[in-house]
Design a protein around this ligand. Structure first.
Ligand SMILES: [Cu+2]
Length: 594
């Protein structure tokens, strides 16, 4: 009897902690319903942030695999906090272990290179396999080169010496929320779905948006993961969903109702919120306190539509930055704080907003509303993420923004919306059965420049799909010819959304990821977005990808590459040589007359 009571007490006192066995393995995770703790902050000192990150994984008894980064002290997926001008040095170690040897058959073998110098890992010697890894710094305008933000040729294998990333945060990098994650073509989804992702914060948002000066700030990372209870029936409180379908990946397909089994579970700062009952994580705040919430959708395949409810009513949320860039940064007009009741957040995107906490005695809810991903998409239903509990004794958040910040000078460059584009390009998302006569054959995913042949992205190709010139601005019209939602993302730069499904949108902020709505089979034209792409920054020079940020689409081919050439390309003899070797075979570009 005593023993039984003892074990009950033990169970009660450790209920919020990972089980003892889990704590000893890589990537421990909190239990559902736990308090939402924030990642550790690693801050730069004297202009330098130097950190060792180890990519780890551990196979769970249910067959899923967790992934994470740990620093030298074992802190899991820490926030990297830097200021413009800082140098960042990351020693990345690959401690991934072989989870499914059979997958190695699918490894992408690259041709051999004789280079054995320190850039060995950035040439094309490389295997890209489930245990290869690298880092992408999503949103930062840093060069797409070896040891900085190259993902096309950088691949680190288990057992390799630590790989050094070393780059400078540009002086004019907008202050806000960025993030880092692996970007191994063909295997990004598994690692990100397992939890390999974390925040990178460029400090000083209060210098750009004085409305947040003095506020406490919170960092919330929403990730997705395989269902903890895949065989459970939906909760009895939900409306009955007429149909249940599974897609080719075994994920629950969109049923169009906003309810039913989701394709993936979600977590908030690694606190899982599993289907079917969605026990919320717990966020503590002081009653009525105003805070800056920085929310990242680090999901591999799940779209979010975030809302905060008090007593069932949606609360005003004051957007101050989108995808790391403060809104109305050039002061061209529009609201300096964009008050909304909900935010659509595609995988990869970030929203930073002012939220006033619930009054004393009331509890709020952070939820995601369902997202209609189209008849070909996954099911992203309505669900709770966290309960917001107001209490006068709530601990103050770790970070508070400066009360009297030195205002940031506005960017020197003209607002993107006022720059004439040098050309218009047309691209489109599409999907096709690998064998058109076999409905059960795999789907192939394409992101194609109009006029080129749709092809799954080939890492080994040295020929970029698009060649652009640094110093210029272009308009890209991106269509969706498939029956599911896609999320367009490009590395190294931000763009301005000009049109959404044919309607002008006058956004006073930039993005690096945007939804492109699905084709329902009935409209006369395909849905599209029109984006103004900014190649003015010299850091965009180089070759880098653009792709769908649903990582299972990216892994299966929905990606293309762009080479941004230096502005003076036509006068330099070396680039003329490159031109004769490459540019002639580059795709045709559409001119403005289209
Ligand atoms: Cu997609």
């Amino acid at each position: 009897m005593l023993i039984a009571i003892g074990s009950l007490l033990l169970a009660a006192s450790t209920s919020a902690l990972p089980s003892a066995s889990a704590a000893q393995e890589a990537c421990p995770r909190p239990q559902p319903g736990s308090t939402v703790e924030e990642p550790a902050d690693l801050r730069s000192t004297n202009g330098v942030l130097e950190v060792t990150l180890t990519a780890r994984n551990s196979r769970q008894s249910d067959g899923t695999t967790r992934y994470c980064y740990t620093d030298a002290e074992g802190r899991e997926s820490p926030n990297l906090r830097v200021s413009p001008g800082d140098e960042v040095i990351i020693h990345l170690k690959n401690a991934l272990t072989d989870q499914e040897p059979a997958d190695h058959a699918a490894a992408h073998m690259h041709h051999q290179s004789n280079d054995a110098d320190t850039k060995r890992l950035c040439t094309s010697t490389l295997v890209m396999s489930p245990v290869s890894t690298n880092l992408h710094f999503h949103g930062l305008t840093i060069p797409p080169t070896c040891h900085e933000d190259d993902v096309m040729k950088t691949s680190l294998q288990p057992g390799d010496a630590p790989f050094e990333y070393r780059f400078r945060i540009p002086q004019d990098e907008p202050p806000g929320l960025y993030w880092y994650h692996p970007h191994i073509h063909g295997f990004s989804k598994e690692q990100v779905l397992g939890g390999a992702s974390a925040a990178l914060i460029v400090e000083g948002i209060e210098r750009a948006r004085k409305e947040v000066a003095g506020l406490a700030e919170r960092v919330f990372i929403i990730r997705d993961q395989d269902l903890m209870h895949p065989n459970a029936q939906p909760a009895a409180s939900e409306p009955v969903v007429p149909k249940f379908m599974v897609d080719k990946d075994g994920d629950s397909a969109n049923n169009g109702t906003g309810f039913g089994k989701p394709a993936k579970d979600l977590s908030i700062n690694y606190v899982p919120v599993p289907y079917p009952d969605y026990p919320p994580g717990v966020i503590h705040m002081r009653p009525g306190e105003k805070q800056l919430w920085r929310v990242l959708n680090a999901s591999a395949i799940t779209y979010l539509n975030l809302e905060v409810l008090f007593g069932g009513s949606p609360q005003p949320l004051g957007l101050v930055a989108m995808d790391g860039v403060p809104i109305d940064r050039n002061g061209i007009g529009g609201d300096p704080v964009n008050w909304q009741r909900h935010f659509g957040v595609p995988p990869g995107a970030r929203v930073e907003f002012i939220l006033q906490g619930p009054p004393q005695g009331e509890t709020g809810l952070l939820v995601t509303r369902s997202v209609d991903t189209g008849p070909g998409g996954e099911n992203d239903p309505n669900r709770t993420l966290a309960e917001i509990v107001a209490s006068p004794t709530a601990a103050e958040p770790r970070s508070t923004l400066q009360r009297i910040p030195q205002p940031l000078s506005p960017p020197r460059e003209t607002w993107l919306g006022e720059v004439e584009p040098v050309r218009v390009r047309h691209l489109y998302f599409s999907e096709k059965l690998a064998d058109p006569n076999a409905p059960q054959s795999a789907d192939e995913f394409y992101l194609t420049v109009d006029g080129q042949t749709p092809k799954m992205f080939d890492m080994n190709s040295e020929i970029p799909n698009i060649v652009a010139q640094q110093g210029t601005v272009e308009d890209w019209i991106i269509e969706n010819r498939s029956s599911e939602l896609h999320a367009f993302h490009i590395h190294q730069l931000h763009f301005l959304l000009l049109q959404y499904t044919g309607h002008d949108v006058r956004e006073n902020f930039l993005r690096d990821t945007v939804n492109v709505p699905y084709f329902n089979g009935h409209t006369l034209s395909y849905p599209s977005v029109r984006l103004r792409m900014d190649f003015r920054d010299p850091n965009t020079i180089g070759t880098f990808p653009y792709h769908c940020h649903l990582l299972e689409h990216e892994d299966k081919g929905m990606m293309g590459s762009i080479r941004v050439e230096p502005a003076e390309v036509n006068s330099s003899p070396t680039s003329q040589a490159a031109e004769s070797g490459r540019v002639k075979t580059a795709p045709q570009e559409k001119s403005l007359r289209r």
